[in-house]
Design a protein around this ligand. Structure first.
Ligand code: 9MR
Length: 378
């Protein structure tokens, strides 16, 4: 009865804001954020359409279901700082305002990455690679400007993203080549100086793989030994129907818990299409040519796979829940299946079904399974 009343009040509010179809789309039993209240925050990544209010259907879902948001692209270096001395904050400002207006936990993603960073960042005006000091200066200026602008408004920053290779060694990025391995420490220090309250995260994919996980453990220990405030490790969890196993996920979360840091599941989705790559990866530079066999569900997801996805999500959430003292947040990467980056990576133009809401914004069986998993608190 109370639940129904809440629905109706919520629906009326959403109706005013977004119109009938959006309000209907958000009329799902319960909500993810309420189901996991007191356990961890539940969120989604937003892209420009949702941030700018041009996707009423997704916005209605976000408001009804989530209490934290991440920017899919709006805060990446290339977007906010495309040219030397030129910052463009319009979309990022709207993103942060959206989160504040709706009392959400606002995540910043990201400050240092080897992708979506313009080439000029690493070069002087003659095109020569910068010296260590000059690049550090540039990094500091960027972090001070971006983190400083949203001081007290962005609660958590992915400071360094994907700095590790699969064997656990540091990725040979220009950050590493020019500055050396302490570019990571420096980035955390600059971010901490710019907003001492912000929770700082190291974020990566495939940390469920032992060698890469060991690399991340070494990294966290090094930062801790140097007194650098790292609050959490972000496990991206761009998963498949079979990998990582619940046991691998559990062991990974526990390995970071043992270091005294929190874990955030930062970019969750589950690919249901045939793997286009031998090994699991979320390396955005990977490209695979189109091929019919890699896109089998253009006309819809067979019920058997739909149920498999639901079971998979339930298994993952049971692991997150069992580790709720460590897991601070679970964020889906995008809102509905139609929004997902997995429709275009690593093969362009596929029809994927990796999230809890379908292309019409309706909750899928996987949504019900995630809600039901919350009732089985260990
Ligand atoms: O979702 C993002 C997509 O829209 C961009 O095209 C892509 C470009 O690099 O980045 C995607 O987000 C990535 C995230 O920033 C870091 N981890 C992997 C994510 C999926 O590629």
């Amino acid at each position: 009865m109370f639940r129904n009343l809440c629905f109706r009040v919520q629906s009326i509010a959403l109706l005013g804001a977004f119109g009938l179809s959006a309000a209907l789309a958000a009329q799902t039993p319960g909500s993810l954020k309420d189901a996991y209240k007191g356990d961890f925050l539940v969120g989604a990544a937003l892209d420009a359409a949702q941030i700018e209010g041009k996707d009423a259907r997704a916005d209605a879902i976000v408001l009804a279901q989530f209490n934290t948001i991440s920017p899919a692209n709006a805060l990446k270096w290339a977007r906010v700082h495309p040219k030397p001395g030129k910052y463009r904050f319009k979309l990022a400002d709207r993103y942060v305002a959206f989160g504040r207006e709706h009392h959400m936990f606002v995540v910043g993603h990201n400050l240092v990455w080897h992708n979506q960073v313009p080439g000029w960042v690493f070069r002087d005006d003659k095109g020569q690679l910068l010296t260590r000091d000059a690049l550090l200066q540039r990094l500091k200026e960027h972090i001070q400007t971006v983190v400083g602008r949203y001081k007290g408004q962005i609660q958590s920053w992915d400071v360094v993203n994907e700095a590790l290779d699969e064997d656990g060694s540091l990725r040979q990025s220009l950050w590493l080549k020019i500055i050396g391995p302490d570019y990571i420490e420096k980035a955390f220090e600059y971010a901490h100086e710019a907003d001492p309250q912000a929770q700082l995260t190291y974020n990566d994919y495939n940390l469920e793989k032992p060698a890469k996980r060991e690399g991340a453990i070494r990294l966290v220990k090094k930062l801790q030994a140097e007194g650098i405030p790292i609050a959490s490790v972000g496990l991206q969890n761009h998963d498949s129907l079979t990998w990582p196993s619940a046991a691998e996920e559990d062991a990974t979360i526990k390995a970071f818990a043992a270091l005294g840091v929190k874990v955030v599941v930062s970019e969750l989705d589950v690919n249901v299409l045939p793997n286009a790559n031998q090994q699991p990866t979320a390396d955005v530079s990977l490209r695979v040519g189109r091929n019919k066999a890699l896109n089998p569900y253009r006309k819809g997801l067979p019920d058997s796979v739909q149920q498999q996805l639901a079971r998979r999500y339930a298994d993952l959430f049971r692991v997150f829940l069992a580790n709720r003292a460590t897991v601070a947040r679970v964020t889906f990467w995008d809102v509905t299946d139609g929004d997902s980056w997995l429709n275009n990576w690593p093969v362009k133009g596929r029809t994927n079904y990796p999230l809890l809401f379908d292309r019409q914004g309706k909750p899928k069986p996987a949504y019900d399974a995630v809600l039901a998993a919350a009732d089985r608190k260990p």
